[in-house]
Write a protein that binds this ligand. Structure first.
Ligand code: UDX
Length: 442
């Protein structure tokens, strides 16, 4: 079976490499030549634990190319894993998906299953199948299957091999049979991943309903955490108590400064947009989005409340990525907070173990767009970043930050004021120091 994967971002590349690992010959296609050149040399264009090793281990079954026409023409299965970024109105931008679909329709020379892994609005798979049927060479059979992806960044490899489930939406028995064959090795020991067939619209909906539910869970616990602060409860004890109920579960109950990343922000907005279009607004999703927007700047507000004026203040920002284990900066709360700090006249001293280069790119554009002037410097160690600062803001729970010797806050900072957006430290430990400490919900 010849498998092609279009798009070599998180979803595309991890899928391609995983399929090669379970024995398929896979061609990874991307329009970006520099990315393809890197991958040919065994270098992953994204930071993801274990990915480069898997690329090396399976190099005999992996091909990388920009020549999409040649790759698509005799493929048995083509996975589409390109981005579906949000438009200004919150809807999903399908330009990249349709550009691949159009190339496929022009190139295909044999029957093929086109698998949509990208997150797309409900009904898109049906539209794509219609487009392909109308445009491929006469006589060819082309099927479309919806196969949403549930991998999380930082654990993408494990999430693929030991996935909670494989969802395949098709309208055709033949396409389902082919998809079962593709995934057969993952449904057997040692992986034992459950395989679920359904219709295409339901498969598309599983993806949105799952991501939005998790985002809602985070927004819910963030709101409850804020409420705990008001009433004098401790969110850690509250979530511990809640998590024992198997109907609730203990996962995704960690309060913080809001969700970010490539999925939750975009998928909540896209489903909300679609619900409004269909005149049946999803009010829980609307609330989830609103709560997250407010939560993202909670830490800045705490700081502002304590200091009143931030002009000339030296503030260290520890952690820039939206979560640990990734260099991804998409929708990271650090961006909003750093912009507010700079706009208030504070000097920012930033530290992140992996994400500094990506952050510099994002913040440079934002500063220009928003007309903000400000002073921001980057440091390779936490010690250097916090030296002589008036306050520290923790944005990401990197192990380096969680395991940091808290006594150093007292030793190195001008005034040991620590604003922790990820509840990295035990209150008991902090109470043994002179640190003025504010965290979330405690
Ligand atoms: C998510 C989904 O988990 C994955 O299934 C989907 O395919 C893509 O979107 P990802 O964005 O990589 O994956 O990260 P995830 O670990 O789910 O975290 C998302 C955001 O929620 C992060 O900003 C994280 O900090 C936040 N979060 C998560 C919390 O604030 N509290 C939690 O308890 C869990």
């Amino acid at each position: 079976m010849k498998i092609v994967v279009a798009g070599t971002g998180y979803v595309g590349l991890v899928t391609g490499v995983a399929l090669a690992h379970i024995g398929h010959n896979v061609t990874c296609v991307d329009v970006d030549e520099s990315k393809i050149e890197k991958m040919k040399k065994g270098i992953s264009p994204i930071y993801e634990d274990g990915l480069e090793k898997l690329m090396k281990d399976n190099k005999n079954r992996l091909t990388y190319t920009t020549d999409c026409k040649n790759a698509y023409k005799d493929a048995d299965v083509i996975f589409i894993g390109v981005g579906t970024p949000e438009r200004a109105d919150g809807s999903a931008n399908l330009d990249y998906v349709y550009s691949v679909v159009s190339e496929i329709s022009e190139s295909l020379q044999k029957d093929c299953v086109v698998v949509i892994k990208s997150t797309v609005p409900i009904g898109t798979n049906d539209e794509i199948e219609k487009y392909l049927k109308d445009n491929v060479k006469k006589g060819l059979k082309v099927y479309v299957a919806s196969n949403p992806e549930f991998l999380a960044q930082g654990t993408a490899i494990k999430d693929t091999f030991y996935a909670s489930r494989i969802i395949v939406g098709t309208e055709d028995k033949k396409a389902d049979e082919i998809m079962r064959k593709v995934y057969e090795p993952l449904t057997k020991p040692p992986y034992n991943v459950p395989y679920l067939s359904m219709n295409r619209k339901s498969a598309e909906m599983v993806k949105y309903a799952s991501n939005d539910f998790l985002a809602l869970k985070v927004s819910y616990i963030n709101e409850i955490a804020n409420f705990c602060e008001k009433v004098g409860a401790n969110i850690e004890d509250v979530t511990l108590g809640m998590g024992y109920d198997p109907r609730i579960g203990s996962k995704f109950l960690k309060p913080g400064i809001g969700y970010g990343g490539s999925c939750f922000p975009k998928d909540t907005k896209a489903l909300h947009w679609l619900s409004k279009e269909l005149d049946t607004e999803l009010k829980t999703i609307k609330a989830c989005i609103e709560v997250n927007k407010i939560q993202k700047i909670k830490l800045y507000e705490k700081l502002k409340n304590d200091f009143k004026s931030l002009k000339g203040l030296n503030v260290a920002v520890l952690g820039l990525t939206f979560k640990p284990g990734t260099d991804d900066m998409r929708e990271a709360p650090s961006i909003d907070n750093v912009l507010l700090l700079l706009d208030s006249g504070a000097n920012v001293k930033a530290y992140d173990p992996i994400g500094v280069e990506n952050f510099k790119r994002v913040i440079k554009n934002k500063i220009v767009d928003d007309g903000i002037t400000g002073n921001i410097n980057y440091f390779n160690s936490i010690d250097d970043a916090i030296k002589d600062t008036d306050a520290v803001m923790i944005m990401t729970e990197w192990p380096e930050i969680v395991n940091y010797d808290i006594k150093k806050f007292e030793k190195l900072m001008k005034t040991p004021m620590v604003y922790d957006g990820r509840n990295c430290y035990k209150l008991e430990e902090i109470s043994k120091t002179k640190i003025e400490y504010k965290s979330i919900g405690r």
